[in-house]
Design a protein around this ligand. Structure first.
Ligand code: MG
Ligand code: ZN
Length: 376
């Protein structure tokens, strides 16, 4: 009995040992203001999702490497509980719009997105996601549609945009599953896109004068637990590719799209796997930014999903989680920032402020009037 008590005491002590702190690695040399901005969105990734991933991964996450942390208020123009369309439009345009809106203000007029503004100023632009490229989060950066489910229209907006690189699923909306029978893939080819089905390796010698569309699936890409593994290396490939495209810099949006879906299903195992996959992409991007010193990296979520909480378990065993909803919640959402101008992301602010902070960091407002509606 005594021995058992002693053993459990040792196990308890081992489990309670504080892990060595992750060192916050500043870049060797840091520019005064960033040339590049990389916005990484873990869809539905609130504090419980991050905590569960952390404790399931030996108490370690790349998210711990960020020196600056803040919170944003995720509510939309129409609802306390935002959806991903309004949530992404807030980041893309700096406006609180109605749920379901893709790149439109509350008046249903198109708002110019930060990706479009960057492109107009000569920066290279890209999107990498693990959903279809026509899904709400990526769509809000490059399309303008009154409803998020208008996938065929969103595909037209993407095909006709000036984006330099897009990686994700949903090829079918570009040539196959279309009422108008247009072949957008052929049209994109004519507009200079190289169209691929696999993500090139980060070291591949793809001609940087090309534009690239990589379709990782006909419809939705598989879950991580079904073998999807491209997000980390696609993120690095995208950053390397865009950095060669324009000496003015680049804007890149990367989304871990399926954290949200696992949380909607109240499936904590998949939710943790998707969050860890996203965190690996964060690690690749932080290594890229640290080497360069000229890249602002922001990681956040559009909203929390599932009302998740950890109610039992241990750092070395499986966690017991409970969910309070199959939908989204209005909890404050953490924001992590690294690199030049990262300090401006500390504090508590509206989700629309993320747009204004990114825009100020890239100095996009200089000499040009924005046509977007000002957020709160
Ligand atoms: Mg999404
Ligand atoms: Zn959702």
């Amino acid at each position: 009995m005594k021995r058992i008590a002693g053993l459990s005491m040792i196990l308890l002590l081992a489990a309670c040992q504080p892990a060595k702190e992750v060192e916050i690695e500043a870049p060797a040399k840091q520019a005064a203001s960033p040339r590049n901005v990389i916005l990484m969105i873990g869809d539905g990734m609130g504090l419980a999702q991050v905590s569960a991933a952390l404790y399931s991964n030996n108490n370690r996450l790349n998210l711990e490497r960020f020196p600056v942390v803040g919170f944003h208020k995720s509510y939309s123009g129409s609802d306390l509980i935002t959806d991903s369309a309004a949530g992404a439009t807030a980041f893309a345009c700096g406006v609180k719009t109605y749920n379901n809106a893709i790149g439109l203000g509350p008046d249903t007029l198109p708002c110019i997105t930060i990706l479009e503004e960057a492109s107009l100023q000569g920066l290279a632009t890209g999107i990498v996601v693990t959903s279809t490229v026509t899904h709400a989060t990526p769509a809000a950066f490059v399309a303008h549609q009154p409803l998020r489910i208008l996938y065929e229209n969103i595909a037209v907006d993407i095909a006709e945009s000036n984006i330099d690189l897009i990686i994700g699923g949903g090829k079918t909306y570009f040539y196959n599953r279309r009422m108008d029978r247009r072949n957008l893939l052929a049209e994109m080819s004519d507009r200079g896109f190289l169209i691929l089905d696999n993500v090139p390796s980060p070291r591949s010698k793809i001609d940087a004068s090309r534009r690239l569309a990589v379709f990782t699936a006909e419809d939705q890409p598989p879950h991580v637990n079904q073998g999807r593994d491209y997000l980390p290396y696609a993120s690095l490939f995208a950053a390397e590719f865009l950095s060669k495209k324009s000496d003015k810099g680049f804007f890149l949006m990367i989304e871990g799209s399926q954290i949200d879906w696992a949380a909607h299903s109240n499936n904590e195992r998949d939710m943790i796997k998707e969050t860890l996959d996203f965190d690996r992409a964060v690690g690749m991007i932080l290594d890229f930014a640290r080497k360069r010193g000229d890249t602002l990296v922001i990681v956040t979520a559009d909203h929390e999903t599932g009302g998740a909480s950890i109610v039992d378990g241990s750092k070395i065993n499986r966690l017991d989680m409970k969910f309070t909803t199959n939908g989204h919640t209005a909890s404050l959402v953490p924001v992590y920032a690294y690199g030049p101008d990262s300090e401006s992301f500390s504090g508590i602010y509206e989700n629309t402020a993320i747009y204004h902070k990114m825009k100020a960091a890239l100095n996009l407002g200089a000499g040009r009037e924005s046509t977007s509606i000002k957020g709160e």
